[in-house]
Ligand binder design. Structure first.
Ligand code: ATP
Length: 243
């Protein structure tokens, strides 16, 4: 099953009672078990698109309004509470500023989503141990985020995003605050985790290293998709995408 389908999705922000169209008529399929990168100039709508896929924001409503379907679930039909529950169970998030809870240790940060979804203490212990080892931090689980490097913090964030075995991990500019060598290591780690954990990753990024590592690339400009490149090397133009 394709993890994400968007059909005729629009998002208009309201600024001083003026409508700012951030996304217009987005038709997009994200393929399973792939690395997909959403790229485009500043202000083109990348973060808005990720927020809609992640159920953090909702598309324009009304007659003829588009649909966002994630892991087979149309998000529009979910209440805010049900959407929060859906996010916790099916999605993982990685942010450019890591967003770790500073008072918790690395292990406790990874454990946190497992607590929210009611996993047993034994399951939580096992999963945290497994993920700390998988991201190369087996010895550092007791450290707080302030005692870790940027790259190590992002490793914790990746482990946390994967804790509940999500269908999809969404990453907003995950290498933006890392030097290029650390960024390359983080991309390689995400690539390995995507294969090992059979999860789809969707990034927003300007980073050429992230674009080079992607299976599929989606290009945005002024809130519209201008091109989609798939792994086979085929490049679809906007007309072909929306056909
Ligand atoms: N809360 C908001 N209120 C009004 N306009 C907004 C809001 N958030 C975003 N926008 C506008 O929507 C458009 C898309 O913004 P978005 O943040 O999705 O772009 P982006 O491609 O992620 O940019 P960047 O690369 O700079 O992070 C921009 O024109 C932006 O100014």
């Amino acid at each position: 099953m394709d993890p994400v389908l968007l059909r005729q999705v629009c998002r208009t922000y309201s600024l001083d009672s003026v409508g700012v169209p951030a996304l217009r008529d987005i038709d997009l399929t994200i393929r399973a078990d792939c690395f997909t990168v959403i790229s485009g100039p500043s202000g083109s709508g990348k973060t808005t698109l990720l927020n809609l896929i992640g159920g953090i924001d909702r598309p324009d409503a009304g007659v003829g309004a588009g649909e966002v379907i994630v892991a087979g679930q149309p998000l529009r039909s979910l209440s805010d509470d049900a959407l929060a529950d859906f996010r916790a169970r099916h999605l993982g998030f990685v942010f450019q500023n890591f967003n770790l809870l500073p008072v918790l240790t690395a292990a406790e940060n990874i454990e946190y989503p497992l607590r929210l979804t009611g996993a047993s203490p034994q399951r939580r212990r096992e999963r945290v141990r497994e993920l700390l080892a998988a991201v190369g931090l087996a010895e550092l689980g007791d450290r707080r985020p302030g005692q870790l490097s940027g790259g190590q913090r992002q490793r914790v964030a990746i482990a946390r995003a994967l804790a509940c075995a999500p269908a999809l991990v969404l990453a907003d500019e995950p290498t933006a605050n890392l030097d290029s060598a650390t960024g390359a290591a983080i991309i390689a780690l995400m690539r390995r985790m995507q294969r090992e954990q059979q999860v789809s990753f969707v990034f927003s990024s300007h980073d050429p290293q992230v674009l080079a590592a992607a299976d599929d690339r989606v290009f945005l400009r002024d809130g519209r998709i201008t091109a989609v490149e798939r792994a086979a090397g085929a490049s679809e133009t906007l007309e072909e995408v929306s056909a």
